[in-house]
Design a protein around this ligand. Structure first.
Ligand SMILES: CCCCCCC[C@H](O)CC(=O)SCCNC(=O)CCNC(=O)[C@H](O)C(C)(C)COP(=O)([O-])OP(=O)([O-])OC[C@H]1O[C@@H](n2cnc3c(N)ncnc32)[C@H](O)[C@@H]1OP(=O)([O-])[O-]
Ligand SMILES: NC(=O)c1ccc[n+]([C@@H]2O[C@H](COP(=O)([O-])OP(=O)(O)OC[C@H]3O[C@@H](n4cnc5c(N)ncnc54)[C@H](O)[C@@H]3O)[C@@H](O)[C@H]2O)c1
Length: 319
């Protein structure tokens, strides 16, 4: 496997002042080289691609070879798009880059056999607390002491996911945005138990990936989704009330507010099942909050298997 150089992080990263968890001999943020990504869907595949492109050795884990083959195919397609821009005048260097990235990437259906060599685990599976807890709880018993666990959850409390493990100090959130190769932001989430070293390692990892990290508290939706979810839901309600067509609402928000995608295009892009998981979870926790009221239309589409782009149809058709 060809793994590029990652510079050793220095104490300059320790910008927060509260030091929790680790002993003083372990104050330096861990250098992350070997990364396991669990879930080879849109987000996991994107995170794997970016990590493998920036000098990490990456193992992508999912439940079947068939899914993983599809993930790798998607990564190859995305790398070609990246290379077309990055190496516009040097096609040979572009081909060499893709070759090198793919060499740094392996796949597995058995996380247990990879965990021993992982410095960082990033989970990007279905937005379901029990399923996330189950997988982390299982891996916690097998993982090396130094291994950091992180979840890419959109809406679940990181502390709730971490509670299935015994490494509360080495657990945080790394919330990437879709499509991962293009979106520059990563929200780095610390729970009250996350150690300073873990937080700094996650912050440093995000920077090594070429992203801009922001620091978030473990509050519902962190920063982006706390603002984005009410907006997206209000767009659906506006449509349900018959106050605008979805096409007009999308055009209005693109041309009137400067968004690259309208709310219905973005919903289909994100995945309606993921959006439903988010809303149902928040509605259950805060049933009186009108911002998180569920949508009949969304529920119907999901029950019909219309999950957006990934299934070929959502608010719009893609076949
Ligand atoms: C109700 C609750 C909802 C909450 C949901 C929460 C979800 C979650 O937690 C948070 C999120 O992620 S929120 C979601 C946050 N996300 C957003 O808000 C996204 C908003 N959308 C956007 O920023 C833009 O529309 C895009 C960047 C997606 C596409 O750009 P565009 O200009 O509109 O259209 P284009 O012509 O297609 O692409 C142009 C070029 O871009 C490049 N490229 C694109 N995809 C690529 C990939 N996968 N790989 C590599 N490269 C890729 C490529 O070079 C391509 O050129 P090519 O010659 O065609 O290869
Ligand atoms: N879609 C988005 O725009 C977006 C953005 C940021 C964060 N997220 C979050 O990222 C996570 C994944 O979202 P996604 O859109 O990539 O979902 P997805 O449906 O595209 O992919 C999920 C993948 O996880 C796999 N999986 C499910 N259970 C598994 C298990 N036990 N072990 C291994 N693999 C398993 C599935 O087979 C699937 O390939 C969710 O928590 C979601 O909230 C999504």
């Amino acid at each position: 496997m060809s793994v590029g150089h990652i510079s050793t992080p220095t104490m300059a990263f320790c910008t927060r002042h509260v030091v929790r968890g680790f002993s003083s001999s372990a104050l330096r943020p861990a250098v992350i080289k070997h990364v396991m990504i669990i879930g080879g869907g849109q987000m996991g595949a994107g995170i794997a691609q970016v990590a493998a492109s920036t000098g990490h050795s990456v193992t992508l884990v999912d439940t079947s070879e068939e899914i993983l083959n599809k993930s790798v195919k998607g990564i190859e397609g995305s790398l070609k798009r990246v290379v077309k821009k990055k190496f516009a005048d040097k096609p040979e260097a572009g081909a060499e880059f893709i070759h090198k990235v793919l060499q740094s990437l392996s796949t597995s259906t058995h996380a247990e056999s990879v965990i021993q060599s992982s410095d960082l685990v990033v989970e990007a599976i279905v937005e379901n607390l029990k399923v996330k807890q189950e997988i982390f709880g299982r891996l916690d018993k097998l993982a090396p002491q130094h291994t950091i666990f992180a979840s890419n959850t959109s809406s679940l409390p990181i502390a709730d996911i971490a509670s299935s493990t015994s490494r509360l100090d080495r657990f945080g959130g790394l919330h990437f945005f879709n499509p991962v190769p293009m979106m520059k932001l990563v929200e780095v989430i610390a729970t009250p138990a996350t150690s300073q070293e873990t937080f700094d390692s996650l912050l440093n990892f995000s920077k090594v990936l070429g992203k801009t990290p922001v620091s978030c508290k473990d509050t519902p939706g962190f920063i982006v989704n706390r603002l984005l979810v009410p907006y997206m839901l209000e767009a659906v309600r506006l449509y349900e009330r018959g106050h605008g067509s979805k096409e007009d609402i999308d055009i209005a928000m693109k041309l009137g507010a400067g968004y690259p995608m309208g709310p219905f295009e973005l919903s289909d892009y994100v995945g309606l099942d993921t959006i439903k998981f988010i809303i149902d979870g928040w509605c259950e926790k805060d049933p009186g909050n009108p911002l998180f009221k569920s949508s009949e239309m969304l529920n119907k589409l999901v029950s019909e298997g219309k999950l957006g782009r990934k299934s070929g149809e959502g608010f719009y058709k893609y076949k």
